[in-house]
Design a protein around this ligand. Structure first.
Ligand code: DGY
Length: 414
């Protein structure tokens, strides 16, 4: 498997690996499919794709032992994984992988088609799990129980959720990440205490989907996860059309519509941005972040999309006068919450640029897609493949040689 990064992330992360497979497909479709053997091989009996599949590499915290998933009945025997999920970009990435394979023709195309037929039912189980276990109240927003599920770990969008968590007994934190990235670029110990606390709450109910909502301190209706599900459900519906599964295609189109409706219903009429939902407080939250532009991921309402596009490309985000490159930071530089070096609290993330560009292309917005591609490639021309970048200076931060940043360059260049 391709690890998310050489030192900082020495295992397979679910959405990282899905994206990476798109880059690998340009080099070898057969090799790209190997990534999916691990992703799907770790699929829980419930349908969930876990966010980390652990390699035999002890230098990571929290490792398999801390996760405590050996007690989870749904985890496949012999596969060491975490017990939470990540954004459902998988179908969207497989559709792209297959397109790349078909364009190569011959054996690559045959392999891609055979792989698609095999992947479709697994993706269907994954999406069905997400609707069943994470949309229990039918609001339509995918419910997450940990910031790590969003992939945007410490984004200020989760501050209202984390602030209310009291950790009665702080634990020792062997922060292996700080060996490989500067502490100013990573979440704080205070944040990590809460991260571990949430894992412990899931362990207490043996990671059972039906029992988690009653015990977990973090219940966020995540608008970005939901938009990703809508985009992926559309991709899966198109693949189901091709494999001749009309029922699945209809199910996935309905799933996409349900998710899109929830994303659009979350839009704040004042700011024009999408908002997460706080299940414990019973209302939407109002933190502006890159996730606020989720309508650009799933589309569905031309007026909302046009407004979000104008804000995203405008002077507070991509067009900010202090930006080194016209790319969207994770938090606007004008926002007092922005910390331009700190993980999801401000930096520019190459993989977000790729995802927004991909979805813009899907929706026919070639101008936005090529703007993101050009600026994204200019940023990655340093060949450091930073995990994230300082928006004003373009300095690579976090891990270098981050595999999904390399994938963005590879896909854009081929
Ligand atoms: C980390 O270790 O920072 C990861 O984002 C957790 O999934």
């Amino acid at each position: 498997m391709v690890t998310a990064a050489p030192h900082l992330y020495p295992h397979q992360w679910s959405w990282d690996a899905a994206f990476v497979s798109v880059g690998l497909a340009h080099l070898s479709v057969a090799r790209a499919i190997v990534e999916w053997d691990t992703i799907f091989g770790a699929q829980w009996a419930t349908g969930m794709l876990p966010h980390i599949v652990f390699a035999d590499e002890p230098d990571y915290f929290p490792g398999f032992g801390v996760w405590g998933t050996e007690i989870a009945a749904a985890r496949p025997d012999g596969v060491e994984s975490s017990g939470i999920c990540q954004p459902p970009v998988h179908a969207l990435c497989i559709e792209q992988l297959v397109a790349i394979g078909r364009a190569q023709g011959g054996e690559a195309a045959e392999r891609a088609d055979a792989f698609m037929a095999d992947a479709v039912p697994r993706l269907a189980r994954w999406h069905a799990w997400m609707s069943r276990a994470r949309d229990r109240e039918g609001i339509g927003l995918v419910e997450i129980h940990h910031g790590w599920e969003s992939g945007m770990d410490n984004s200020p969008r989760f501050d209202p959720f984390y602030e209310r968590i009291e950790v009665a007994t702080p634990k020792a934190l062997p922060r292996t990440d700080l060996k490989y990235a500067d502490a100013s670029e990573r979440p704080s110990d205070r944040e990590y205490q809460r991260y571990i606390h949430l894992i412990d709450q899931m362990i207490a109910v043996e990671f059972e989907d039906d029992r988690i909502p009653a015990v977990i301190d973090f219940r966020c209706g995540d608008v970005f996860m939901t938009a990703s599900l809508a985009a992926s459900a559309e991709a899966l519906a198109r693949m189901a059309d091709e494999t001749g599964d009309a029922d699945l295609a209809a199910t996935e189109r309905a799933r996409a519509e349900h998710a899109r409706t929830a994303v659009l219903a979350s839009v704040d009429p004042t700011t024009g941005l999408c908002r997460d939902y706080d299940y414990h407080a019973g209302h939407h939250t109002d933190v502006a972040s890159i996730a606020g532009f989720s309508a650009l991921i799933c589309g569905g309402d031309d007026a909302v999309v046009a407004r979000q596009r104008a804000i995203l490309t405008g002077p507070q985000w991509m067009g900010h006068p202090d930006n080194r490159y016209p790319l969207p930071p994770s938090i606007s530089l004008d926002d007092p919450a922005c910390r331009p070096r700190e993980y999801w609290r401000g930096p520019v993330w190459p993989i977000m640029n790729w995802l927004f560009a991909h979805c813009a292309l899907q929706q026919g917005d070639t101008a936005l897609a090529s703007g993101l591609r050009e600026a994204g490639l200019a940023q990655l021309a340093d060949e450091e493949f930073g995990e994230y970048y300082e928006p004003r200076t373009g300095e690579p931060l976090g891990s270098h040689q981050q595999s999904w940043s390399a994938m963005a360059a590879l896909d854009w260049l081929t």
